[in-house]
Design a binder for this molecule. Structure first.
Ligand code: GTP
Length: 400
């Protein structure tokens, strides 16, 4: 189903589900019911060799994680990981709608309020709309483009009432996202020749990297793929344990190093193992860092070099994980990280929180970077491929 068919269906309703929708719903169901949710046996934890920092079997794992900004306490995280299989499986549209409830109450409610103030569509209306869009973090350029397009469309469709324009806004948002896209880089890249796919996850503290790696590992395991995780976040105490816990839950081995070990050495060992064992996916979790701290960013460069040296290719994906509630700062993060490690896409997490949502458009418009995955909750099943139509409709479902 095309993007606009989806929007139309959502806006105007449709009696019958189309075949690909049914397929999506079925796939979602299968994903939820996947066998890997409860690991019966602990998978391997592979300790990376640290020639300079030998670790004996007797050594205790690091102390419990200090809560870091954006992090729940350990028990809460364990609880989130141990989510029961939901009684009712959700289709992608339902997952978005449920996940975006809070965002919708923020951004959508503000738009609703705005529409309630204006009865007629005049210049004043468009000026105020532009302001509201800028405040909603879509970015100045995007807000201006969008308002110009809406002005033209309003003329074209002879839309005089505010209600006429509500639907046009959603359509235009999706069109704008689509227009700035690169059709060859919309979804997660996967090697077609059986080579190991290496996904590197980067981002600031607490953005949701470890959680995303865990959720994605579950998805691939449920698809019957072989997966290896690399715990290259040796900086935050507790991060390694958090990933090992995910590994146990989704039955995937994890390569670890000692706390404070050189993350590049963990990546080296993990890449060697992944290539040797010909696993389908190697997912690398890295430490959170401030994008403006040179030495930390240098560490990422080293990790990237390590991968390239071993697998004479780029990482298949270098994904920047962004907290959806960060607003305009997300755009700055994307620009800074892109300078250090060439990004191939974004993961937008915590959209179930009160994210302003608009920043997706700003990043897309300015950096031409696609959002590939979205986090819509803390459970292992709360991960979806980004879908602009579902996103826009989820954002505005009270509005339309
Ligand atoms: N509600 C919600 N919470 C999320 C989502 N993704 C991650 N979280 C939570 O956000 C917190 C931080 O997530 P992590 O995955 O540990 O973040 P990180 O980027 O690995 O953090 P560092 O290791 O410090 O760099 C945890 O409490 C997660 O449970 C999401 O999509 N929705």
């Amino acid at each position: 189903m095309g993007l606009f068919d989806k929007i139309k269906k959502s806006l105007f309703g449709e009696e019958e589900a189309k075949p690909d929708e049914e397929k999506q719903a079925k796939e979602a169901k299968e994903l939820e019911a996947g066998p890997a949710e409860k690991a019966e046996e602990s998978p391997e934890t592979i300790r990376a060799e640290q020639p300079d920092q030998e670790l004996t079997d007797e050594e205790e794992p690091s102390a419990a994680a200090e809560p870091v900004a954006g992090h729940a306490a350990d028990e809460e995280q364990a609880e989130a990981i141990n989510d029961p299989v939901p009684a009712e499986s959700l289709s992608q549209e339902e997952l978005y709608e449920k996940g975006l409830e809070k965002t919708n109450k923020g951004f959508g409610a503000r738009l609703n309020q705005f529409f309630a103030q204006f009865r007629t569509v005049d210049e004043d209306f468009f000026d105020n709309l532009e302001e509201l869009l800028i405040e909603s973090d879509v970015g100045y350029e995007t807000a201006t483009d969008l308002t110009t397009e809406l002005r033209n469309e309003a003329k074209l469709q002879n839309a005089k009432s505010r209600d006429d324009l509500k639907k046009v806004i959603v359509e235009k948002l999706v069109e704008l996202y689509d227009k700035n896209g690169d059709t060859d880089n919309e979804h997660l890249r996967v090697h077609q020749d059986g080579k190991t796919n290496i996904y590197l996850f980067v981002g600031v503290n607490g953005a949701g990297k470890t959680t995303t790696v865990g959720k994605l590992a579950k998805r691939f395991r449920d698809e019957g793929k072989s997966v290896l995780l690399a715990a290259a976040d040796t900086f935050r105490a507790g991060a390694v344990e958090q990933l090992v816990e995910w590994g146990k839950r989704v039955d995937v081995p994890v390569v670890t190093g000692k706390d404070q070990a050189d993350p590049a050495s963990v990546v080296f060992d993990a890449t060697t193992k992944a290539l040797h064992d010909q696993v389908d996916y190697l997912l690398i979790d890295t430490a959170g860092r401030l994008q403006n701290k040179k030495n930390l960013m240098g560490e990422l460069e080293k990790i990237e070099r390590t991968i390239k040296k071993q697998a004479p290719a780029e990482p298949t994906e270098t994904l920047l994980v962004l907290d959806g509630s960060t607003g305009q700062n997300a755009l700055l993060q994307a620009k800074d990280f892109d300078k250090t490690t060439k990004l191939t896409g974004l993961v937008l997490t915590k959209l179930d929180g009160s994210s302003k949502g608009g920043v997706v458009l700003a990043i897309r418009n300015e950096m031409k970077l696609p959002v590939k995955l979205v986090g819509l909750g803390e459970k292992s099943s709360d991960l979806a491929d980004f879908d602009a139509a579902s996103y826009a409709v989820g954002l505005f479902h009270d509005l339309v």
